[in-house]
Design a binder for this molecule. Structure first.
Ligand code: TRP
Length: 459
């Protein structure tokens, strides 16, 4: 049988929408603001920006390059480079790296689709008025009710996996492209409306100071580590998402420009999410450092206090989150589906459904770690995993350990294993200062920096 034809994006703009769609997600709108608040504001943002520039952009370029150069899904892409260079133990390492690039996004997807499910529940709830007339303390109670309900969690998780599978099954043009062409502009419009409203009616000045005035005494190794983890997650690095999207790029597109554009857009959305949330949170005098509950507990209180218009903003806000989540979940499923349907032996739609079934089965355990299985600590006998639920273990391994490890190894791969002539040509920068700077970052700074951070988290 013939191998599936390798497709390409219709234009560089659709690629850009899709890549930004992958990067912009729950990480930007739900997680970034509360992690900023937990880590004391400006100092965290500053370190975060530095990490995006020094590690993020060079790695985006590296991953895009591996995909674009080989025009293959992650495992095949890394392998086809690995075959032309290196000893056999190096080849084994690169083979494992290829697998890790496929499995990390699947791992992330198991808990990401549960949280994506919360956003669907909240968008609907806001729409039908479940959150109207919230009394003191009721908001936290309602969030807990969701987490305590196996049926609700599994229902919404099933729906979010179902939507993701349905889109990915349709393939690049009629699935992914169509989705991002609709959802990304909608996301952008909603975000702008929310930011304008918040900064006009809320406490913009305090939010600005909070996000941009660094208190240098707050910079600790732990803060740097949190910022690195957040940056990797937000840029969708260390997992096959960017690589597989890169494989659908044609040769005429500039990788450095795209990488800078994606990093810029992703960071801008994270900051704008802060400016949609903090001004109203400060103005209403509710707790800004509520952790993961900032969006799901604090915001409903604020929307409620706003009166009638609050319900409109509530629906818009949770739709924004849901759209951002879906354009990310499709990029988390695509690497594995692209890889397994590469040979053409099994149809993409079928592969997507099988992958969805696997995700769903693991997702059940993840969802139940919020309630029935909350006291199950699978690797609790190891100090590193103490007190971690099933969800906690998967999240830690996928989003902390392997995502960083992948980023480190891929920079070594690109910096040391792939021939310089190939990278030189792919980057299209000539043998310029910019190319040399990138090459130096990828050879030395990224592996050492990420290795150091990794050492700190894991060892
Ligand atoms: N970047 C997305 C977010 O910020 C999540 C995401 C999508 C992701 N694809 C990824 C994270 C790949 C890590 C790896 O929400």
């Amino acid at each position: 049988m013939q191998a599936a034809k390798h497709e390409h994006w219709s234009s560089s703009f659709t690629f850009f929408l899709a890549a930004v769609g992958s990067a912009v997600g729950l990480g930007n709108i739900w997680r970034f603001p509360y992690v900023v608040a937990e880590n004391g504001g400006g100092a965290f943002v500053l370190i975060y920006l530095a990490i995006v520039i020094v590690f993020g952009i060079p790695l985006l370029m590296s991953e895009l390059m591996i995909g674009r150069s080989t025009q293959k899904p992650p495992l095949s892409a890394i392998q086809s480079f690995g075959q032309t260079s290196g000893t056999s133990s190096a080849q084994k390492l690169w083979h494992a790296l290829g697998w890790s690039y496929l499995l990390v996004p699947m791992g992330i997807l198991t808990f990401y689709s549960v949280v994506a499910g919360w956003t669907l529940d909240y968008a609907l709830g806001m729409g039908i008025g479940t959150f109207n007339d919230l009394k003191e303390g009721e908001s936290a109670e309602m969030f807990q009710d969701l987490l305590r309900s196996p049926v609700k969690l599994i229902f919404w998780m099933t729906l979010s996996i179902g939507i993701t599978v349905a889109i990915v099954a349709r393939g690049l043009k009629s699935g992914l492209e169509k989705t991002v062409k609709i959802l990304m502009p909608a996301l952008f419009v909603i975000l702008i409306i929310l930011v304008l409203y918040a900064s006009i009616t809320g406490d913009f000045a305090r939010s600005f100071a909070f996000m941009f005035e660094p208190d240098f005494s707050k910079i600790t190794p732990k803060l740097v580590l949190m910022a690195a983890g957040q940056a990797f997650f937000s840029l969708s690095l260390g997992s096959g998402a960017i690589m597989v999207y890169g494989s659908y790029l044609t040769r005429d597109i500039s990788i450095p420009k795209m990488a800078v554009g994606v990093a810029f857009a992703d960071t801008a959305v994270a900051l704008l999410a802060g400016f949609a949330i903090f001004p109203i949170v400060f103005a209403f005098g509710v707790d800004h450092a509520a952790g993961p509950g900032l969006v799901f507990v604090t915001l409903p209180i604020v929307f409620n206090d706003m009166g009638g218009i609050g319900q409109v903003f509530g629906v818009l806000f949770f739709l924004l989150l849901a759209f951002a989540a879906i354009t990310s979940t499709i990029s988390l499923l695509e690497p594995m589906v692209a890889q397994l349907s590469e040979s053409g032996r099994i149809k993409r739609a079928r592969v997507a459904i099988y992958c969805g079934a696997v995700l769903w089965s693991v997702g059940i355990f993840v969802a139940l770690s919020n309630n029935i299985l909350r006291d199950v600590h699978p690797l609790g006998f190891l100090p590193l995993f103490e007190g971690k639920t099933i969800e906690g273990v998967i999240e830690f391994l996928a989003a902390n350990v392997f995502m960083l490890l992948n980023g480190m190894l891929v920079s070594i791969f690109v910096g040391w294993s792939i021939k310089r002539t190939i990278t030189l040509e792919e980057m299209g920068l000539g043998d310029s200062i910019l190319f040399k700077l990138w090459f130096m970052l990828v050879r030395f700074v990224v592996p050492l920096g990420v290795g150091f951070i990794f050492y700190d988290v894991v060892l």
